[in-house]
Design a protein around this ligand. Structure first.
Ligand code: NAP
Length: 260
């Protein structure tokens, strides 16, 4: 334990961990915000003067995020592995009774692992288990932890990054990404189920597809869109959400409905 504290002491010392919302300032909590889509959300919300609780699985792989937070007084960096109950409980206590206007579930175990491009006999059970642990159960735990904070907001939103790979109607008709698609389809099911509760609480919960985004080397050559384009379009969709969107799966591009 003491060893752990010594290792993290420099990070804790230099982090912006006590930034309170100024009057009328909205708050977003983002998971997986140290890189790619999550980090871009941090930057775009901070530029719009939101208070950003930017959470990251590990502080050691969050140099850029930590640097950004030091230059942006609205950004607070917190450690949150969404599968770690201690992290979740610590933040639940720390932010008790504070309104969170948008809870943005971005973190995921994404298919950069080889077995995601194999057929059924190549699907690795461990990768599948981990996909469910992070993408489905982890996302659910984040919502369980912070839903009271979202309810404290006058028009709270819970936004869950999904993928067309999980859509029965719009997925590519090729056998790949079993573990990822299964775990995100299960997450979508959680979103739909939750929407019947959030309807009573004046909270909007949605799943959103960010499109195919250039987050991996070579994806640009395959027609993927830039990260900033995906995020700025999702921001517009999120901004326009009303209670009519509660329980829907939406596209980043124009907010159109995607079939589950
Ligand atoms: N890129 C695309 O084309 C695309 C398409 C459809 C949907 N999406 C969805 O969009 C979201 C972001 O995608 P991306 O491409 O930016 O993903 P990415 O580059 O793989 O980044 C994933 C993020 O999730 C974090 N993460 C993984 N496990 C975690 C855990 N247990 N606890 C907390 N954080 C964890 C990672 O942290 P570490 O850096 O510490 O590992 C990283 O910050 C994901 O939900 C993904 O499924 C992306």
């Amino acid at each position: 334990m003491i060893k752990k504290i010594i290792v993290y002491l420099p990070f804790i010392f230099f982090l912006n961990t006590d930034v309170y919302a100024s009057e009328n300032q909205s708050t977003v909590l983002i998971t997986g915000s140290n890189r790619n889509i999550g980090f871009e959300f941090v930057k775009q919300f901070a530029n719009k003067d939101w208070r950003v609780i930017a959470t990251t699985r590990s502080l050691e792989s969050a140099d850029e995020l930590i640097k950004f937070s030091k230059e942006n007084k609205n950004v607070i960096v917190e450690q949150l592995d969404i599968t770690n109950d201690e992290h979740l409980q610590f933040l639940k206590k720390k932010y008790k009774n504070e309104p969170i206007d948008i809870l943005l579930n971005n973190a995921a175990y994404t298919p950069r692992y080889l077995s995601s491009f194999r057929g059924i006999n190549g699907v690795e059970v461990d990768a599948t288990r981990k996909s469910f642990e992070v993408n489905t159960i982890g996302t659910m735990k984040v919502i369980q932890t912070f839903i009271d904070n979202v309810e404290e907001s006058n028009n709270g939103k819970i936004v869950n990054l999904s993928t067309k790979a999980a859509s029965f109607e719009e997925r590519p008709a090729i056998p790949m990404m079993y573990s990822y698609a299964m775990s995100k389809a299960a997450m979508n099911s959680m979103v739909k189920t939750l929407s019947f509760e959030t309807a009573e609480k004046n909270i909007i919960v949605i799943a959103i597809s960010p499109g195919t985004v250039n987050t991996t080397l070579g994806m640009g050559l395959m027609g993927a869109i830039d990260i900033d384009e995906s995020v700025s379009k999702m921001m517009a969709v999120i901004d326009d959400l009303t209670m009519d969107h509660n329980g829907l799966f939406l596209d980043y591009e124009d907010g159109r409905e995607i079939g589950w």
